[in-house]
Each structure stands twice: as structure tokens, then as C-alpha cells.
Design a protein. Structure first.
Length: 376
């Protein structure tokens, strides 16, 4: 009788990207985004950047947003736009004949979305530029992805919370023949940037993969390579992004394409991930947690409620617990914080037997004893 293959579910957060490229830290990206918006380029100005801060403050529980996290700044405009859509629907019900009121609300909503488009496009452009600047310095990350994939003979599923392409680049370098991501292998579509139309891969509409693709990459909150329009959802490779700079056409209003990313505050993020293509990625990662006796978490703070719920649901559904390794840098998150985030019922006993920590950071963890114990 053949021995059952071992599957692995891997959740990757911003800590992995920072470990191999410090320029991708949230604080550095936020600072540069606000500086670019205040520079007067692409139709933005200092007043707009200041407005983004003030609206972010208004959505913050304590009235003062954390400007070191770009989701707090840009995400506030998503909530603001949603509120204006709701207000427009209310106006249709209460004052259906007031064309001036409806027009004013629509203008406000259009402005809010225009500013959000500027913020999102700047964020992704900055991430793209910083990631591309270090693409040649990937040897250590190649070693890490090789070790992860080679240590498990079953399916290895990466749930990636980062918008950058560092993990994708590493997996393409180390295991391309057995890798599948969210791009369809056969379906294409057309996108227009400026005045030029291109044929590009479409995103998958279902979780079906080639038989040999035992390594899967799921971008739970989208990617700077994911773009959508009324025509569909597509993947634009990094060479395309470098050549045609679609972020600039978004800011000029010269394309109907918009980035397919969940760049929102926590409240709006919970609803956004129920929409395609993010819902498909979440379903794929939930399936991976269910089939895997080993869970690896790298560089994640456990502050994302929608992601934490995936772990909690699987723990509730099964009496058996997985082997779980959390790779982080420093004392946070604590064991208690992780237990609370993933819904561990302390009545089931201590988590110390199955939940382990490596607090020395992502770089080189595959050479440390924590990884040997986890994979042994």
C-alpha cells in the first residue's frame, strides 16, 4: 500500500517580503505614496494627500489613523465611496425627483473613487518599483522556497497576502514545471491600455489545475499583476507592467482597467474577500488547510480577521490539530495573540504541543532546528 502523501498549507505575510527586501516595509511604502500624491504629479496635489489623511483619521477608531500602513490611508476612501453609494440609493428612495441631489452625490462618489484610484495606483506602482529593483538579490529566497517544496511530497499551497511578485518570482525560478497560480493556462482576454489592445491570460474561474501542478500560489488579496474590467479579470506579467505602466493610465482616466486588489480597511476587507477573484483564492486556501496536517505561517501578524477565520473554521471542524509553525521576527505575535486570532479553545488543552514558533525571522529559517522539527 502506497504511503499517503504529506500536504502543506503556507500563509505568507509582509514579513517575508521585508526579510528579503526591506524597501517593501509598509511604512516606507506609505511615506513614498503620500509624498508622490503631494508632489502635484498625475493630477494629485498636496490638498488631496491631506484630504486622504483626514478621511483616514475619520475612519480610525481613535480618530488618528496609522499613516505607516497604506491600507489605513487608501482604504478609507473605499469605505467613503461605499457610503456615498448607499446615500445615493437612499436619495432615490426618499427624494426620487431631486435630480440636483442625485447629481451632487454622484459627483462626490466619482471624486472619492478618483482619489482612491490615485492612491491604489501609487501604492502598487511603488511596490512594483521596489520589488523590481531587488529582483536579482533572490538567492536566499530561492533556497527557502526550494526547501519548503522539497520537504513535502504532496500538494504545497501558498496563500500570499502580499501584492508584490517576490514569491511568484522565487517559485517560477525553483519549481516552474509543477507550479500553478491563479492565471488560467488556456483562457485569454483582451485589455486596452491607452489606445492599444492586448491579449493577456485570464484569471481562473474555478479551482482546477493541471495534474502535475502540486505547487499552488493563491493571492488572497490580489496582486499588482491582477487587473479587472467589465470584460473580465486578467493577469498582466511584470514585463507588461514595466513597459506600459497601467497605473499611470488609471490616474489619467485613460483605461477602464482597475487593479484587482483588496486594499481596504478591516471592515470593508471582510466584505471584499467574498467577491471574485478573492473568494476563489480564499476557497482554495481553506481547502488546503483542510487537507494539510502541516500549517506554516511566515511573516504574518494575525491581525486580518478574514484570514484568521479560515484557521478558526478548520480548527473547529476537526478534533485532530495540525503541526503549525509560525515564523516571525521578535516577540510578536505572542502565543496568546495567535490562539485568540485563530480561535483556539483553551478547554481543548495547551497549544504548546502543536503550535510552535521561530522568532528569528524568515531569512534562513529552513536551516534552523524549528524547521527540522516541523518537517521531521
Amino acid at each position: 500500500m502506497a504511503e499517503e502523501k504529506r500536504h502543506l498549507a503556507v500563509l505568507v505575510g509582509n514579513g517575508l517580503s521585508i526579510a528579503f527586501n526591506p524597501e517593501l516595509g509598509l511604512g516606507r511604502i506609505s511615506e513614498e505614496v503620500l509624498a508622490r500624491m503631494a508632489s502635484g504629479t498625475d493630477g494629485a496635489d498636496e490638498a488631496v494627500a491631506d484630504a486622504m489623511k483626514r478621511i483616514a483619521d475619520s475612519y480610525s477608531p481613535d480618530g488618528s489613523a496609522d499613516y505607516s500602513d497604506f491600507e489605513n490611508i487608501v482604504g478609507a476612501f473605499g469605505g467613503h465611496s461605499s457610503m456615498l453609494v448607499d446615500l445615493s440609493q437612499l436619495a432615490d428612495l426618499v427624494e426620487p425627483d431631486d435630480d440636483d441631489l442625485r447629481a451632487a452625490i454622484e459627483r462626490s462618489a466619482e471624486f472619492a473613487m478618483k482619489v482612491r484610484d490615485a492612491g491604489v495606483s501609487h501604492v502598487l506602482e511603488v511596490i512594483f518599483e521596489h520589488a523590481r529593483a531587488h529582483v536579482e538579490e533572490m538567492t536566499d529566497m530561492y533556497a527557502l522556497t526550494n526547501a519548503i517544496v522539497d520537504s513535502f511530497d504532496g500538494r504545497v499551497t501558498f496563500g500570499n497576502l502580499n501584492y508584490d511578485t517576490l514569491l511568484l518570482s522565487a517559485l517560477l525560478e525553483t519549481c516552474k514545471p509543477i507550479l500553478a497560480d491563479m492565471a488560467s493556462g488556456w483562457e485569454t482576454g483582451s485589455v486596452t491600455v491607452g489606445e492599444v489592445k492586448f491579449t493577456v491570460p485570464a484569471l481562473r474561474k474555478a479551482l482546477s489545475y493541471p495534474a502535475g501542478a502540486r505547487v499552488r500560489l493563491l493571492h488572497l488579496h490580489g496582486s499588482l499583476t491582477f487587473w479587472g474590467s467589465k470584460k473580465g479579470h486578467f493577469k498582466l506579467d511584470t514585463n507588461f507592467l514595466d513597459a506600459y505602466r497601467p497605473w499611470e493610465t488609471v490616474r489619467r482616466g485613460a483605461t477602464e482597467l482597475r487593479p484587482d486588489v483588496v486594499l481596504a480597511n478591516q471592515k470593508d476587507k471582510t466584505g471584499a474577500v467574498t467577491q471574485y477573484p478573492f473568494s476563489l483564492a480564499y476557497k482554495g486556501f481553506a481547502d488546503s488547510l483542510a487537507e494539510s496536517a502541516h500549517w506554516l505561517v511566515i511573516g504574518y501578524s494575525f491581525r486580518d480577521a478574514a484570514v484568521n477565520d479560515l484557521f478558526a473554521a478548520e480548527l473547529r471542524a476537526n478534533d485532530e490539530v495540525p503541526e503549525m509553525l509560525v515564523v516571525t521576527l521578535g516577540d510578536r505575535p505572542t502565543r496568546a495573540e495567535v490562539e485568540a486570532a485563530i480561535g483556539w479553545d483553551v478547554a481543548r488543552g495547551s497549544s504548546k504541543g502543536w503550535l510552535k514558533f521561530d522568532r528569528k525571522g524568515a531569512s534562513g529559517f529552513q536551516d534552523r532546528k524549528s524547521w527540522e522539527d516541523f518537517t521531521g
